[in-house]
Design a binder for this molecule. Structure first.
Ligand code: CTP
Length: 400
């Protein structure tokens, strides 16, 4: 959930600041970029050097860094951040945030931030229980800021009770769960196919095609980034998923892809069939390498099962099914015919006549045609951007 995200981590003056070092490490490990901002008081509890070493970025405390002569722009930092996490959040800083005070850089970033703000309080039992603190927290929540509740246990004062900052692992888990539940495809199971299939002729040869799998992998990544639980059924492809959560199932032939699709489709909310499945496969596969003999050589082939048609026939109400049509002529009509014949909710048409579209390219130019024969033509875009357009369409149909 945190992969590729920009996080501003605000650290206030509290003994719990020592835990922030581990929190930075966990953010980095999860693939996030972290900019640490400390209140001046926080530097009494943990050194900026520790945090800059772990975050691999200079730590900001003041508006101005005298060593580099640089102005630390709070508006820019507020815009850069996908999330602003204040951990530990002291009673003092929470009170200032609730009242719009702005006497340090951390507070200026808070007032400038356009992103969700999470705060993990750390304070002594009585401070936590005080009506002033409770009121401040309610006020912050009414602004939309999100409380990461403190834990109960031994406190720095020697007292025992509520007020300990949540452990770094708990903060990561809280954040990930909160981000996930707000994503448009949270917990939707979606199946994607990608790449070519290889149909064996003998132990060393096959019938294949030029599909790289780029489009299907980009769709799988985009769906996962939108919160979906993605199963990617991939033919032979050198691509790798950028999103760790994508569950990849490797197959080689059209028959293997069919079996994998059949076993996953029933439990899927949606399926996007972007694989370039072989239409024909050899009738007989030689057990030994075929030796060179006559000048001409014929391989007898038979039709493979049309996977998409099979899924279309067993589609249940509420399931969304999408396919691709790569055409060279009579493009729109061919795509519409496939949409109807295969019982699809929409088809993604790309034409080999469009420059920049097709196999092995990093770009694609598509037209989406849906069941009502509504057509949306998109401009030439990167395959990642095309994937986003396709995933928006999926989201729209799932929500209906
Ligand atoms: N498809 C499939 N199983 C096959 C062949 C194709 O599931 N055996 C799917 C593809 O993944 C794609 C859609 O069907 O989403 C259309 O594939 P395409 O190759 O464009 O069309 P075909 O139906 O195979 O027809 P033709 O090759 O004659 O254009």
């Amino acid at each position: 959930m945190l992969q590729g995200k920009n996080i501003v981590l605000g650290i206030c003056g509290s003994i719990a600041a020592y835990k922030s070092a581990l929190l930075v490490r966990l953010f980095i490990k999860a693939g996030a970029s972290v900019q640490v901002v400390m209140t001046p008081d926080a530097t009494n509890f943990i050194t900026p050097l520790t945090l800059s070493t772990l975050s691999k970025k200079p730590v900001f405390v003041d508006y101005f860094t005298p060593e580099s002569g640089e102005w630390n722009n709070h508006v820019e930092l507020g815009l850069w951040a996908d999330f602003f996490v204040i951990a530990p959040a002291s009673a003092n800083t929470l009170a200032k945030m609730a009242h719009g005070l702005c006497d340090n850089l951390l507070l200026a970033i808070y007032l400038s931030a356009k992103c969700p703000v999470y705060f993990a309080p750390a304070m002594d039992l009585d401070m936590w229980k005080h009506s002033a603190t409770k009121k401040n927290i309610s006020k912050l929540q009414s602004f939309g800021d999100i409380l990461i509740p403190p834990g109960t246990g031994e406190l720095a004062s020697g007292l025992n009770g509520e007020g300990r900052m949540a452990e770094p692992e708990e903060i990561i888990a809280f954040l990930s769960a909160d981000i996930k539940k707000k994503l448009p495809l949270a917990d939707q199971k979606i199946m994607v196919t990608a790449g070519p299939t290889y149909e064996a002729i003998d132990p060393v040869r096959f019938i294949g095609n030029h599909s790289s799998g780029k489009m299907g992998f980009a769709i799988a990544d985009e769906l996962a980034a939108m919160g979906a639980a993605v199963t990617l059924i991939a033919g032979p492809s050198l691509e790798v998923s950028k999103q760790q959560s994508v569950k990849r199932i490797d197959v080689t032939s059209a028959e293997e892809m069919l079996q994998a699709c059949l076993s996953h489709f029933e439990n899927s909310k949606a399926c996007i069939m972007s694989a370039a499945v072989a239409d024909y496969t050899p009738v007989n596969v030689a057990l030994q390498k075929i030796k060179k003999q006559d000048d001409n050589f014929t391989i007898e082939v038979k039709k493979t099962t049309d996977i998409l048609s099979r899924l279309g026939a067993q589609k249940k109400p509420g399931q969304v099914l999408a396919g691709f049509a790569l055409e060279t002529n009579n493009e729109e009509q061919n795509a519409i015919d496939k949409l109807k014949a295969k019982n699809l909710d929409f088809i993604v048409l790309n034409s080999l006549n469009d420059e920049g579209a097709g196999f092995k390219k990093d770009t694609n130019k598509i037209t989406i045609i849906d069941r009502d024969l509504q057509k949306t033509a998109y401009t030439l875009k990167s395959k990642e951007e095309v994937a986003r357009d396709i995933c928006y369409k999926i989201t729209e149909l799932i929500k209906r």
